[in-house]
Design a protein around this ligand. Structure first.
Ligand SMILES: [Zn+2]
Ligand SMILES: [Zn+2]
Length: 157
């Protein structure tokens, strides 16, 4: 068994296997081998099988939750923050629009694009399993993994 230090351990986010629940579960992989975890919502147990090379190389080659071996890498954009920004900037823009201040309306929408772009520059990346959509954070990016590919994704539907 190999150990990785807690500060840079791998964080795995996966869905509860119970179809009716689908809660997001976060598990820290601090060692290889089997990890038993249970859903915080419905207490359904989940078994993760962390491959030993994930702990030594910190590189994902196969999924810890399913037999999946294909992954894509996406930006770890904070979805909730993105939505909040759209709502806030949208409200401000609609107020300017109401008062027929078209320049300010477009300036507000332009600012939203800039803020989004700035966040996008600073967020990290996340490795995602095509088959079960488990997310892996704190890993080394596998050079074999690319951005999301719809054709690959459709194989698993
Ligand atoms: Zn559950
Ligand atoms: Zn998987």
């Amino acid at each position: 068994m190999s150990n990785v230090s807690a500060s840079d351990s791998i964080l795995i986010t996966h869905r509860c296997p119970k179809a009716a629940c689908q809660a997001r579960i976060r598990t820290r992989a601090e060692r290889d081998g089997r990890i038993e975890t249970s859903c915080p919502t419905c207490h359904e147990p989940t078994i993760l099988d962390i491959p030993s090379d994930v702990c030594t190389d910190r590189m994902i080659t196969r999924c810890s939750l399913c037999p999946g071996r294909e992954f894509f890498i996406r930006k770890d954009f904070p979805q909730k923050l993105g939505l909040l920004l759209v709502i806030v900037f949208g409200l401000v823009a609609s107020v300017f629009y109401y008062y027929e201040n078209i320049v300010a309306t477009f300036a507000t929408l332009g600012a939203l694009v800039l803020v989004d772009a700035a966040i996008y520059l600073f967020v990290g990346k996340v490795t995602v399993c095509y088959r079960c959509r488990a997310e892996y954070r704190g890993v080394v990016y596998n050079p074999d993994h690319e951005g999301f590919d719809l054709a690959t994704s459709e194989k698993y539907d």
